[in-house]
Write a protein that binds this ligand. Sequence first.
Ligand code: NAD
Length: 464
Amino acid sequence: MTYDVAIIGGGPGGYSAAVRAGQYGLKTAIIERQPRLGGTCLLVGCIPTKALLHTADVWDYFKDPGSQGIECQNPQLNYSKVLDRKNKIVTKHSKGVEFLMRKNKVEVIKGNARLLSGGRIEVEGAPGKQTVEAKNIILATGSEARMLPGLQPDNELILTNIEILDMPSIPKSIGIIGAGAVGVEFASIFNRFGSKVTILEMLPRVVPVEDEEISKELEKHFKKAGIRVETGARVENVRKNAKSVSLSATLTNGNKEEMEFDKLLVAVGRKPNTEAIGLENTRAQQDRGFVKVDAYQRTSEPGLYAIGDIVAGTPQLAHVATAEGMVAVGHIAGKQIRPINRNRIPGATYTDPGIGSVGLTEAQARAQGFDVKAGKFPFSANSKATILDKHEGFVKVVADATFGEILGVHIIGPEAFELISEAVTAMEAEATVESMMSTIHAHPTVYEAIGEAFNNVYGLAINI
Ligand code: NAD
């Protein structure tokens, strides 16, 4: 049988593309080498991490229930139950993905796929080798944690996003190399669960892809929460001891310090899974291991598309993979489809306070020659944030003075990762600062702070 579309990889990019292909009536197969569908995001990434983060949020309230007028004697964190809850959430949603495949008549083929020439894929699975033929193939093979030279994750001492999710107990101390999304999210979780957390980041600031003011604010709150943050740090000579990990860190002031941790999380980025998938049998072009695509996610091999973490030039985020999948399948099905607008991709980092952002940072906008006008509003002046006991952070709007064009919005604070949706929609609808100023925001809400930040582009915020 020849499929209309065969998708390699069952993560959010691949499974969403499979659903959409099924909806369009295309004869579709999805090939996955893991026993369960869901990919990194669902099985060992976004979903289990956010499940732990939610428990950390809830646990925070139990640290001082008296401040809410709640008397609660000696609350305890039962970590094995915390892990059970996380695992149940993952299982529920992985089963949900299987259901979606059945519902949309997508055939699930289990095994390791490798491209052959001419629209054929060799799949090696439990029944042995088989060849799958398809008119179109979508590569959605994802990525895996990059390691520092000479280090290997080992389930005991040196961990990636995978092993850290299943530690049987909360370690007394954790060292984290890298202050990107993975590093700061786990810092936020385990700091609140009681570990002593040290972050070692080589660049001058944490979350370096965010607006500089966001990085500064997060670092301030992390330090206040007791997380040791060392930016501009160089890590060398990582050694495994019987029950701990030691390393040498050269700090930004030039001092060298020996450090020892119960666990070491390596969170220095992810490398695309493109090495053993048979790309050499195609004309697809690569850039340092990433696959080059055009606006419709096409590689240089006719009928071969790529989406998600393996794509050159777009951020490695689940929602980007999904959006790229919609473009690829839409193109295959001959639908009118709009390519990804790289400037409208929201970021959502689940720390405490959280981060949500979209568009250009202030520095990027200035570098691109815009006549930048920025408006800020702090959550400390937002009544709902005070009610929630979450008044850290701010909303920052980056706009162009000429026509009030919204160039970017950067939020750090309560539910920032949810609040950013308003800014994404505004930019997608090409709203201006003026139209956002006259958009009515319900009271009392945390998202009123967004309206106020737009007011403040012109110095017209009401509540500060
Ligand atoms: P990242 O690329 O976002 O961050 C890695 C960090 O490690 C960078 O700040 C980098 O400067 C630092 N680094 C690299 N080498 C180092 C070294 N030798 N010593 C010290 N620091 C070093 O990577 P990540 O945090 O591993 O995340 C991987 C991908 O997954 C990213 O694209 C990220 O956006 C995505 N992700 C997103 C979310 C989310 O959206 N909530 C959560 C987790 C991961």
